[in-house]
Write a protein that binds this ligand. Structure first.
Ligand code: MG
Length: 278
């Protein structure tokens, strides 16, 4: 069953989404060479408490952080700690979440630490982020869930291939419904498979976390002994971008984007729904 939200509930999710955006802004500024991933976690915790919001990552299945900090060949679910010190040339996915009045927000950004990154890493991040926007622009009433998967995959496959051969669209993880819980039905693949069918029809009141994860090589991953950290099987680096999005009667509202997705969706000819909190 897919949870359908009222406009009032979407407004609460917007409040949670703006807290997540504030967590990202603060963490991105602090992701400099010499910083530990634990320091980023502490900054995220402070933003949560400053906004009177609750963490949804902390304690989720026993997860020990307020955010996931996934560096280089770690795709997702990296645990913040004092031993992981960021170096110039690293990339880090910062996945953050917040609860306001019982309603959840969840988003991820990939941040470039310092400088000296290979151009193909910038291109990997651009392709991953842009495929997310292609997916968000495909979140349209009357279409099916698979149309979002198709938009993400086809965006990635339309891009020039990296020197390493082919972008790996990570297979074991994907997007999800979000609302009164962080992870809800439906599961959203970042590629199309004949096995899953077309999925539910997209209707106003649905909220989805849309989150492509793309590597410079393998689409397959493994989990480390800590039971959380997910790395690419071939050691190639990966990017991860995510927004929580509500479909309203007026179109999509990107809950975790400061401008509600207005600027980026306009590039796709889509008008973002008005911000209920503006
Ligand atoms: Mg998510």
């Amino acid at each position: 069953m897919v949870e359908i939200k009222t406009p009032e509930q979407i407004a609460k999710m917007r409040a949670a989404g703006l807290v997540v955006a504030a967590m990202h802004k603060a963490c991105a500024e602090a992701a400099v060479p010499g910083a530990s991933t634990k320091e980023l976690d502490e900054i995220a915790a402070k933003v949560l408490s400053d906004h009177g919001a609750k963490p949804n990552f902390l304690g989720y299945g026993g997860f020990p952080g307020n955010i996931c900090t996934s560096v280089n060949d770690v795709v997702v679910h990296g645990i913040p700690d004092r031993e992981t010190i960021l170096r110039s040339g690293d990339i880090i996915s910062i996945d953050a979440g917040a609860i306001v009045d019982g309603w959840h927000g969840d988003a991820a950004i990939t941040v470039f630490v310092g400088d000296g990154h290979a151009p193909e890493l910038h291109e990997l991040s651009r392709v991953t982020e842009e495929s997310m926007w292609a997916g968000i622009a495909a979140f349209r009433g009357g279409d099916r869930l698979v149309d979002i998967s198709k938009a993400i995959e086809s965006y990635i496959r339309r891009q020039p291939r990296p020197a390493t051969g082919k972008y790996g669209i990570i297979e074991e993880y994907g997007g999800h419904g979000i609302g009164s819980q962080m992870h809800m039905d439906p599961h959203l693949l970042n590629y199309v498979t004949c096995k899953r069918g077309r999925g539910p029809k997209l209707v106003p009141g649905m909220c989805l976390a849309i989150e492509p994860m793309v590597s410079l090589g393998a689409a397959t991953t493994h989990v480390l002994e800590d039971d959380w950290t997910v790395k690419t099987d071939d050691g190639t680096w990966a990017c991860h971008w995510e927004h929580s999005v509500a479909l309203t009667e007026q179109g999509p509202l990107v809950l975790t984007a400061v401008d509600g997705g207005k600027a980026k969706l306009a590039e796709y000819g889509v008008t973002a729904a008005p911000d209920p909190l503006a």
